[in-house]
Design a protein around this ligand. Structure first.
Ligand code: GDP
Ligand code: IMO
Ligand code: MG
Length: 428
């Protein structure tokens, strides 16, 4: 099984970091394919918590090679902070991290524009992380961005910085009524991070191609989730990258035919951060209880995550669009305290039953969930490591989620730590 993809099945924060950490034991290369420091992947190893934003979660396993692909947008300041955090925790990064020369830089101006855009009165707020993701991808697409390989060519860098500011300055002054930026200051800023950054920039695609040729196991780590995909999510309430499994091929330069398995990660319920439709959202005490039990606060921004029931149509859609072969179900233990559980099997929209997410995604804004109710198991599943030891009611719940999603649940996570995981669940 040489190339596997990890993809979020909901609106992000499904526990991808933990699952990547588990699976990276059996992979030599772990590669991030999209997104930027908007991601927050939490991994708990021996009681020590690491929050990764840009660096693949595989960095926590000794000797693994980690790749940041061309599809990722890299904020050097955030990257350096992350490196410092890891090194403080005893993790060696030198010689183990390689960033694609084609990955674009996020500059302070991107973060300013992200925040200015969100703050503008009358603007439809997305609830972004404020990390400059949208403006940076927009510049990449408009061909005025700064990819890593410009950093080693002073002429290219100067000309790119000047043309970038020509566009940004008119936006900043005419549209946002803010001060124009000085090209020399921007250049100085960029140059200040070059010495630390450049040693990590190298030909990631060749490393991956050679790895595939040599039969190495490669794990592609997705950020965000299917419903936040730029094309296939709940637009405009999405992020600006391709979060679906296809994004791994583009963002790393891996041919689609080389992908062996796609593993979807889903929570046993649903959360969402930021604005946008969320049909199964719970605005009552049950939602608050899940938020509290699951510690549902953003790893990147600290914002409370909206909580709701597991959404069957979303899971089916994720399986379909990503080609998910297996599911890792996380945070089962969070539901231990609930007397009743619900699973959404379909929506009611304009009096009709809708079982499938379709391209007219705005219907989700007026969709009412159709629920199947379950009795809670009301016993502790936290820390259980064998499927057979789960209470029957929890097994039944998992079986129903599997049926709803249409893919086998092969991993169940029962706690934050590496050890609280049930793996290798056989197909029944
Ligand atoms: P990611 O962005 O998909 O990597 O997910 P996050 O790390 O942002 O959010 C998931 C949170 O749930 C993190 O704090 C994890 O440590 C935690 N977590 C993951 N799996 C489990 C689990 O099975 N049970 C509990 N209680 N927490 C979990
Ligand atoms: P991980 O990888 C959850 C959400 C933001 C906002 C929208 C757009 O940890 O699962 P952006 O800053 O990307 O322009 O914001 O996307 N968002 C996430 N939500 N988990 C994430 O990453 C997210 N990354 C972005 O809250 O609604
Ligand atoms: Mg997260």
């Amino acid at each position: 099984m040489p190339v596997n993809i990890i993809v979020g099945m909901q609106w992000g924060d499904e526990g991808k970091g933990k699952i990547v950490d588990i699976l990276s034991e059996h992979h030599e290369i772990i590669a991030r394919y999209q997104g930027g420091a908007n991601a927050g992947h939490t991994v708990v190893v021996n009681g020590m918590k690491f929050v990764l934003h840009l660096i693949p979660s595989g960095i926590l396993r000794e000797g693994k090679v980690c790749v940041i692909g061309s599809g990722v947008v890299v904020d050097p300041q955030s990257l350096f902070a992350e490196m410092d955090q890891l090194e403080k925790g005893g993790i060696k990064i030198g010689g183990r991290l390689l960033i694609s020369p084609r990955a674009h830089c996020i500059l302070p101006v991107h973060k300013s524009l992200d925040k200015a855009h969100e703050a503008r009165g009358g603007q439809r707020k997305i609830g972004t992380t404020g990390k400059g993701i949208g403006p940076s991808y927009a510049d990449k697409t408009a061909r005025v961005g700064i990819p890593m390989f410009f950093l080693s060519d002073e002429k290219k860098l100067e000309s790119a910085a000047n043309s970038l500011l020509a566009v940004k300055n008119s936006l900043l002054s005419d549209f946002y009524s803010q001060d124009k930026l000085d090209p020399a200051t921007l250049l100085k800023e960029i140059k200040s991070f070059i010495p630390r950054l450049l040693p990590f920039v190298g030909d990631t695609r060749s490393v991956l191609a050679d790895g595939m040729r040599d039969g190495k196991n490669i794990l592609c780590e997705g950020a965000q989730g299917t419903m936040l995909d730029l094309d296939h999510g709940t637009y405009p309430y999405v992020t600006s990258s391709y979060t679906v499994s296809g994004g791994a091929c583009v963002g790393l330069g891996i041919p689609p035919g080389k992908i062996d398995k796609v593993i979807g990660v889903a929570k046993a319920y649903t959360t969402r951060v930021g604005e946008g439709p969320f049909p199964t959202e719970l605005l009552d005490g049950v939602g608050a209880k899940i938020q509290e039990e699951g510690n549902e606060f953003g790893a990147t921004t600290g914002r409370p995550r909206r909580c709701g029931w597991f959404d069957g149509p979303v899971a089916r859609y994720a399986v379909e669009i990503n080609g998910i072969d297996e599911i890792a179900l996380t945070k089962l233990d969070v539901l231990d305290v609930l007397d009743k559980l619900c699973v959404c099997t379909a929506y009611k929209v304009d009096g009709k039953t809708v079982e499938r997410i379709r391209d007219d995604v705005s219907i989700l804004e007026r969709a009412t969930p159709v629920y199947k109710e379950f009795d809670g198991w009301n016993t502790k599943t936290a820390g259980i490591t064998e499927f057979s030891k789960l209470p029957d009611k929890a097994k039944r719940y998992i079986g129903f989620l599997q049926e709803q999603a249409g893919a086998h649940i092969s991993i169940v996570s029962t706690g934050q730590g590496r050890e609280s995981t049930i793996t290798g669940i056989p197909r029944s």
